[in-house]
Design a protein around this ligand. Sequence first.
Ligand code: GLN
Length: 447
Amino acid sequence: MLKEKIKQIRLGKLSVVENIKGYLDKISKDNKDLNCILVVNDKALEEAKKLDTRIKSGEKVGKLAGLGFVVKSNINVKGLKVNCASKTLEDYNGTYDASVIEKLLAEDAIVLGMANMDEFASGGSGETSGFGVCKNPVAKDRIPGGSSSGSASAVAGDLCDFSLGSDTGGSIRNPASHCGVVGMKPSYGSVSRYGLIDLSMSLDVIGPLGKSVEDVELVYDIIKGKDKNDATSWGEGGNNRVVKGVKNAVKIGILNFNAEDKIWEKVLEQIEVVKREFSFKSEKVKLNYVELGIQTYYPIVYTEFFSGTRKFDGRKYGKKIEESCGEEVLRRILGGGEISKAEYGGRYYRKALQAKKLIEKEFEKAFKKFDVIICPTVPKLPHKLGEKISIEDMYDYDAMTVLANLAEVPAISIPCGEVDGIPVGMQLICPRGKDNFMLELGKRFEG
Ligand code: GLN
């Protein structure tokens, strides 16, 4: 638990150098195999030494003093490579700190390095990275999931205290589920996107991954809040807790949705355990339009991604994207360009936004009755590394995670056991703005 570690560091029982050097050593040993970190911060040890001196002299230090974290390579960190795991941005160095990074550094956390990912966050397996596939430390012959593959793999492989990812349609929760760690997608706008290289600006959220819900909460409480640099951000900011505790008879809606039986079994088992212990109630719930999630999500992503990538024309940032990117990114650019053609007058994009609204309304309605909606995070087990699967099958991984992005609500993936030695996660989805309630509730569901 990170809270305990922070205490040890403050009391001088564990030095920051010990903590950070421990991770750097582990990275140099294990990362050759895992390939979850693309760039190591060569100033990390120096920063650790400085912090130790401050602690020894009795200076007041930040809430995360001495913790080491890994950052997805699409979040700007000044002086480090922010390449989105793409050859397009191979030589791009962050020129400023994203708001989330500013906040974490202000609390004296230390950046260990930049994480591998699916190229430009376009993918769900970790295989589309321009710098080699990242491995799953828990189920080594399987994909780690994505697109925040390295962020999840680094936490699962114990190469950092926590990490940051971004989630457009499941990219934090999906790899968290496959690697057996906790991953949170906050409500849309509750964390500033300033400094995130976007995949789809109306769906993207930055969020934390960690070994426990409590660890994830610790980080979320620092990064959340309104930011003057992001007009879509909101919230009270600071660390005011929205909810103090979980009221007794929490009502769980179990989402009626197709997923592999063995995965549902694990999820339902865990729900039963929690219901017994805390006297929660549950009921099956059917939401309209949720089976249209994928068809709604992808046109929005393609269109917004196409528009967002026009700046990568080879003049200011690295190379021209169409000439240097991988197959999946190119598919989205060409597809997005097609959807955006003047002759269609925005017809498909607008339709997708209408469907998004319908899904949002369905959730709103359901949350009048339920405090939380639960389902598996991913409907199927991760495929074997190197196994070729169709694009449709690849997009199907996202069927249950895209819903929270479309509805703009918070969701979290929590490990709930293993199927054939492969971790599976359960997904808790809560009403917009109830992020802290969701975290509080999530602690009850940890096995
Ligand atoms: N797998 C989804 C996609 O490829 C999700 C990506 C994400 O959340 N960044 O778009």
